[in-house]
Write a protein that binds this ligand. Sequence first.
Ligand code: NAD
Ligand code: ZN
Length: 604
Amino acid sequence: MIPARYGASRFPGKLMQDLAGKPVIVRTYEAAKATNLFDEVYVVTDSEIIFQEIEANGGKAIMSQKEHDCGSDRIAEAVENMDVDIVVNVQGDEPFTSREGLEKVLAVFNEPDADKIDLASLMTEIHDWKEISDPNCVKVIVDKDNFALYFSRSPIPYPRDKNVEMQYYKHKGIYAFRKQAIMDFYRLPMRSLEAVEKIECIRYLEYGKNIKMAVSNTTGVEIDTPEDLIRANKLLKEKKPNAVNNKFRNFPMVPKVVFGEGCFDQLTSILSAQKQEKAPFIFLVDDVFERNKEFLDRINLRFNDKLIFVSTEEEPKTSQVDDLVKKIKAEFTNTPSGIIGIGGGTVMDLAKAVSIMLINKGSAADYQGWDLVKQKAVYHVGIPTISGTGAEVSRTTVLTGPVRKLGINSDFTPFDQVILDPELTKGVPKNQWFYTGMDCFIHCVESLNGTFLNAFSQSYGEKAYDLCKEIFLDDSLSEEESRAKLMMASWHGGMSIAYSQVGVAHAMSYGLGYVLGTKHGVGNCIVFQYLEEFYSKDVALFKKMVKKHGVEIPQEICKNLTEEQLNSMITVALGMVPLWENALGSNWEEVITYEKLRELYLKM
Ligand code: NAD
Ligand code: ZN
């Protein structure tokens, strides 16, 4: 529910102000809707103008029948006769409402103490004394379980002893209520604490309700003043080039790389320069090497260094990253000197994510997205043992989280050092060699045929594409040459998409991965064979490669899907907007519809 009053006292008419082409309230409505967290989203308003604007934009709005003092009352009236469990209030003037915050406020209702909770709300860490002492900024203090003790415009607690470390929190006006709580609020009269502070949610405390607070540190822009609006407009403009056509990316590259058969043995000397006193190196190694004594003997563990075997049975998960970080922190007081990932794309991604999460607070899931990582990661080294993903060179680490499959895309993600030793890829089974190799081929196809293409990504993409053709279609290469070339193809393919984007096969493969757990490489292959209408020449080449190597591509994997599974597969794929934009341009929605994807999936 988005309560929307036309005449806000501080900035009248603000909800109807223009924000990059649409009124603020419409932006807020669309942002709430886009989170996909709610069964229904409504604007509840006293204003004909707002009501009509929302309806005109295809949204749902409710007119308040009565005069109300506050947003909660407006919502209470609207839900009184609705059959709902939990109502979430989203502020009308928060057009940058993020999924992350709303998710957190809803997540508390799944925790063990959920039955004690009447409502939940959000708080953000604040540090600046100017903000802490600003009466416009409502502070909150909590008990050990994060239940709110009090809200105030005064700085609470008062810092009498300046030596005690104290985290201050600002209250964010997003609530999730049990229906009963909001109906009670509506009926109960205001008391003096609420009246004197002018803070609505104090009423709940005054009547003994339990408010659970969740921490969310993503900052948005509230539109409280005309200056805020100018800032918000700027923010949207700055965001656009990134989201729409990826113009002028300023991305980091791997600063150090060593290449060649046998160069793996240089690892020890490379690491010695990075060794910090008492701080171990942590080796994350694909468990396929667990019984390969000869290989393990080449890893020189010194002092308190630790080797952890990692299973690659499933796609890497945020929870797996969190567990690894917890384990490392429990065992070592010092932050490790470095994380060394040895394995395929799965281990590369885990190593990158663990190195980030050893420094950055919270769960890996908090950082899925673009540029959410604030602090530099621990020194990390990538050593691929299978070629194709480009994960050794990329700026992302793809993780399956509680609600989505998305990378931690940041300047701190890429490795500080990569060791490219083609010999390490010797033992890769044939099918796997093909699937992961095709990931590279498909990166090139999608980058070279995409609308984001530029000379930078083209030069890398063309090289990698030619290498793939040589490796998978020519007979002239020795095994050794072929291994070395595939390793370089993977690298170049990764560089190519760094400045463009992947396309149709990846978008649809993510859908398979999310619903069926299909692994990335094989998922791409399953999809790619049905994409003639998008990449006709390359699909023909692909089929030739499949035939030449006698590789099996799993068939009929969508045959027994339930409607619900199919629906969520299509939804996940449709959500990969930048991929579709790259593949088909800004009018992609004319080609890619729900029905179209359904038809394609049903072929698989
Ligand atoms: P993988 O890491 O899952 O490994 C595939 C299989 O090969 C595993 O069973 C592994 O044990 C085995 N293997 C690896 N090296 C071997 C060796 N030398 N000998 C024998 N067996 C070996 O597969 P992948 O295709 O390399 O990586 C896929 C993952 O990479 C996916 O999770 C995908 O999301 C991710 N990915 C990330 C990026 C990125 O930019 N970060 C890009 C593409 C893909
Ligand atoms: Zn890929």
